[in-house]
Design a protein around this ligand. Structure first.
Ligand code: MN
Length: 385
């Protein structure tokens, strides 16, 4: 029996995690958190009977207490930490939160000796060094749920790290891949939210359209697989059938292929290193797909990919500034406060801001990461709102 503590249960990944749990009786949902969707939260409680539920709004707790008085409740950021440290045997934490809010619950889970199945990419972007070091010290596993990192995790099982020459992280190019930079000026929210291959939450869909998501994924791969960023190469692959590749020293290139469906990386993370059947998983029809295409990722077309690589190379808190500026800019875009191409501009300005650069003096710790993150986010958000 595996007891699951699910952070972000009502989002796109959270919902698919519940699909996998539903169809396998060795999993039990012990605790979960949700953000705004109380209707979905009610349905989850009814179906899975968790012991502890975390809400982000106190009025939601009042409503749920009336309906389900036998459940325990907790609130906000502290509540997320309570979920991540829930005391029960054989627990694993699935972190499907969106944004920097995912970092501290991940750290709390590791400190409590729990393995973390990680879909929250901002955790590694802003706190990768700390998280990986702590996981090693506590001897817990961080298993990625992102399709690209899951692909590499699958490919590297049983491999000697010295044999790896480079990783190829595939990129669909996002919703706006067929537009040139001039055309980006006129892009609407609806266009940017229409991903050609994946159905996901709004924030990550915009991150795919700007391709900062791919930059984040290169950074994550460096932390997860302990590689130099120059050996982690993005490659455009329109079909999203190959989810990433490993090139070995002898020139052999291994690719992991599957349909574009997050149920597979979720189940692999739960069942690692097994590849088991589950009725949620689809079949890949290669004849129907016919051909696969590859192109170079142009840094002129997608400057945020280069920007993320440079931020990672600069180190310190540069990726925190990058992520905070992006979170604020994407929120502003989703609220129709800025235009699509302004997302880039806001991020570039933040990375140059001398006030934020001041934080790069001295050591990096979690408190410093989170306070700088909040500062950058708030300053940008309220400037345009
Ligand atoms: Mn991905």
């Amino acid at each position: 029996m595996k007891n699951i503590l699910l952070l972000g249960a009502t989002g796109s990944i959270g919902t698919q995690v519940l699909d996998i749990i539903r169809n396998n009786d060795k999993y039990c949902l012990k605790a979960f958190s949700f953000g705004n969707n109380i209707e979905k939260a009610k349905i989850i409680i009814q179906e899975f009977h968790p012991k502890l539920v975390c809400a982000m709004h106190s009025n939601h707790i009042e409503i749920l207490k009336q309906l389900f008085p036998n459940v325990n409740y907790c609130l906000g950021d502290i509540g997320l930490q309570k979920i991540a440290s829930f005391d029960e045997k054989n627990t694993i934490v699935v972190n499907a939160l969106v944004g920097a809010v995912g970092l501290i619950p991940t750290i709390v889970a590791i400190e409590n000796g729990k393995d973390v199945l990680l879909a929250n990419k901002e955790t590694l972007v802003i706190g990768g060094k700390i998280v990986i070091q702590l996981a090693k010290a506590k001897n817990v596993q961080i298993i990625p749920i992102d399709s690209e990192h899951s692909a590499i995790y699958q490919l590297l099982h049983g491999v000697d790290k010295k044999d790896i020459k480079r990783l190829y992280i595939t990129a669909s190019g996002g919703a706006l891949r067929d537009k040139d930079r001039e055309e980006l000026k006129e892009v609407t929210k609806k266009e940017a939210l229409h991903h050609p291959n994946w159905k996901m939450g709004d924030k990550i869909t915009i991150d795919c359209a700007t391709m900062i998501n791919k930059g984040f994924e290169l950074i994550e791969a460096c932390y997860l697989f302990d590689l130099d960023i120059d050996n982690v190469v993005p490659i455009l692959h329109r079909e999203s059938i190959i989810h990433s590749m490993v090139e070995f020293q002898d020139g052999s290139v291994f690719a992991q292929m599957a349909t574009s469906d997050m149920h597979l990386p979720i189940q692999y993370a739960l069942e690692y290193p097994r590849h088991l059947a589950n009725q949620n998983l689809g079949e890949l029809d290669l004849i129907k797909i016919g051909s696969l295409h590859f192109e170079k990722v142009s840094f002129e077309r997608y400057p945020l990919v280069k920007c993320a690589i440079d931020a990672y190379k600069k180190g310190k808190l540069q990726c925190t500034i990058l992520n905070a500026a992006n979170e604020a800019a994407v929120q502003l875009f989703l609220k129709d406060k800025i235009k699509f191409f302004e997302i880039e501009k806001i991020i570039f300005e933040a990375l140059e801001n001398p006030q934020y650069q001041g934080f790069n003096e001295g050591d990096v710790n979690v408190t410093k990461i989170m306070s700088l993150h909040q500062l950058v986010y708030n300053e940008i958000y309220y400037k345009y709102c």
